[in-house]
Design a protein around this ligand. Structure first.
Ligand code: APR
Length: 228
């Protein structure tokens, strides 16, 4: 292992809550109002594409009214300090980490601001408004560039490599119940990393060395301060 500390951070919907975006499983969360099996599975898209496209168009358009919060900005500072020894993995599909300035970020569940076609090229393109009907490149139907339940998240090889090499793994604002992200803390711990959970509510962590409770906008900047 190198001399410098390698840090991997995983974030979930809780880091964006203070920016005004709903989480999934809290009271009044997204999954309370939309059935996951319809709007977050390939089968749901197959059976009711219009409903799925409308759901993601609404989420995408809501990004215009929100800004990154202090927790997003604190993680940019951490990246600036640790450079290539830092990696941010987010389960979130909003663009708040990127807008805050995070560069070394893997959006493992995809991104709201991208759509892709169902043609042979699976062209991926930026989309800030409603999803276009047809792919401008090949005319095929399009879908949100989001990883649905039953699909494989992006960049898993790169993620697994980083988890087995890190000295510190922090998971922030996530209920830690959805795999494969829910298994990251075990992977990091079994590779010798110190594991920290920063969350509003106690997470039945397992493999966690330290739990810092509170709102991300308050506890993340303080945690980063201590590391700097
Ligand atoms: N500060 C810190 N943590 C918060 C805050 C806050 N202001 N508000 C909520 N939380 C915590 C909640 O206590 C909860 O543990 O954030 C967590 C959010 O959990 P979920 O709603 O389950 O979101 P997440 O863990 O990101 O979901 C993972 O599930 O449905 C899929 O693809 C979807 O990426 C998502 C994945």
């Amino acid at each position: 292992m190198g001399t410098s500390k390698k840090i991997v951070v995983l974030t979930g919907a809780g880091i964006s809550a203070e920016s005004g975006l709903r989480t999934f499983r809290d009271a009044d969360g997204l999954w309370e109002n939309e059935p996951v099996r319809i709007v977050a599975t390939p089968e749901g898209f197959e059976s009711d594409p219009e409903r799925v496209i409308t759901f993601y168009n609404k989420l995408r358009n809501s990004l215009k009214n929100v800004e990154p919060n202090a927790a997003h900005h604190a993680l940019v500072k951490l990246e600036e300090k640790y450079g290539d020894d830092f990696l941010l993995i987010t389960q979130n599909v909003d663009d708040l980490h990127q807008r805050a300035g995070s560069k070394r970020v893997i959006a493992m569940h995809g991104e709201l601001l991208k759509v892709r076609c169902l043609g042979h090229g699976e062209h991926v393109m930026y989309c800030t408004e409603n999803q276009p009907e047809k792919c401008p490149e090949c005319g095929a139907k399009m879908r949100p560039h989001i990883v649905w339940f039953g699909e494989i998240p992006f960049e898993m090889k790169r993620i697994q490599k980083a988890l087995t090499q890190c000295d510190l793994f922090a998971y922030i604002g996530t209920s830690g119940v959805v795999y494969p992200a829910a298994g990251f803390r075990q992977m990091a711990k079994s590779s010798g990393a110190y594991v920290v959970c920063l969350n509003l509510e106690e997470v039945d962590g397992g493999y966690t060395d330290e739990f810092i409770q509170g709102k991300a906008g308050e506890i993340v900047p303080k945690w980063v301060e201590k590391l700097s």
